[in-house]
Design a binder for this molecule. Structure first.
Ligand code: PMM
Length: 287
């Protein structure tokens, strides 16, 4: 164990959202697939994000792009554990992006202090007990199905549309997490932009964050590089803006999310996010 979870207080107010930098140790993520798949490259990338001011590094070994197939457990472990160990040794506050109890357990042992479970405990309910036993921070994201099938589940016809459904379904995940022994104050909720969501659903969720906040937990939002931004910025022929060219839109969104009072933003460009947060902070000083 590199750094005990109890020594990191991730709920202390900072006056701005925490910036969670993404390190995908995968060959196939939509946003940066293959760039950091070698452990040394992933660690170097994490250290760059840390130098840019990342408050948390989120290390993932499974791509969740729509249609992706899952890695074997052994593959996922081999991708993330050495990278987590090295970054934690370098003083990073590390989050592991996983849906598997075994990976969460190994990651916590290697020095992670946050488990970012995009399935909110649905994919592997044992993960909740692992998090509870470690006293780690738990990010429960809204999710309906694995990437291979998630497009089939992007239907929100019930009361309150997508915002109502996400609130109800995250409420169920909250109950499961607390029943497993995770302290409520350690739980962070995430609307899961792009996960079984069409572009319009993502925008409705971003506009409805106050309803999610009313569940009484801190919020994390991950919009960075996602396809709904590409669609918004499509050219006159309707061709979506490429993944690498969506950053300015995400930076604008970062400023908005800061005004909404979210706890965290999950981004690829940490420096751009901090620039936006500094603008917001400076304006608040004049208010
Ligand atoms: N998005 C991705 C992966 N993990 N975790 C949380 N909590 N929230 C998200 O929105 C989220 C996530 C997919 O994006 P990536 O391929 O850029 O990592």
């Amino acid at each position: 164990m590199v750094s005990p979870t109890s020594t990191v207080d991730l709920s202390a107010p900072l006056g701005r959202p925490r910036v969670m930098g993404v390190v995908n140790v995968t060959p196939d993520s939509f946003s940066d697939g293959g760039r950091w798949v070698e452990p040394d490259a992933a660690v170097a990338h994490g250290l760059r994000l840390l130098a840019d001011g990342a408050d948390i590094l989120d290390i993932g070994g499974e791509s969740t792009r729509p249609g992706a197939t899952r890695p074997l457990l052994a593959e996922e472990l081999a991708r993330v554990v050495p990278v987590i160990g090295a970054l934690a040794e370098n003083g990073a506050v590390v989050s592991v992006d996983t849906m598997r109890a075994e990976v969460a357990s190994a990651a916590l042992e290697a020095g992670a202090v946050v488990v970012n479970d995009v399935s909110g405990g649905l994919a592997d309910p044992d993960i909740l007990r692992v998090v509870a036993d470690a006293g780690a921070t738990y990010v429960a994201m809204h999710w309906r199905a694995h990437s291979e099938h998630m497009r089939d589940f992007a239907v929100y016809d019930g009361p309150g549309g997508v915002v109502g459904a996400v609130c109800r379904e995250l409420g169920e995940r909250l109950r499961a997490a607390t029943s497993a022994g995770i302290a409520p104050e350690r739980i962070v909720l995430d609307p899961g932009l792009g996960f079984a969501k069409e572009a319009e659903h993502n925008w409705q969720l971003l506009a409805g964050l106050a309803d999610l906040a009313a569940l009484g937990h801190r919020l994390l939002v991950g919009a960075s590089r996602k396809s709904f931004l590409g669609a918004l910025l499509a050219d006159t022929d309707g061709v979506p803006r490429g993944v690498e060219e969506r950053e300015h839109a995400n930076t604008a969104l970062t400023a908005h999310l800061a005004r909404c009072g979210v706890w965290g933003i999950r981004v690829h460009d940490v420096r751009a996010a901090h620039d936006a947060l500094r603008v917001v902070r400076r304006l608040e000083e004049e208010a």
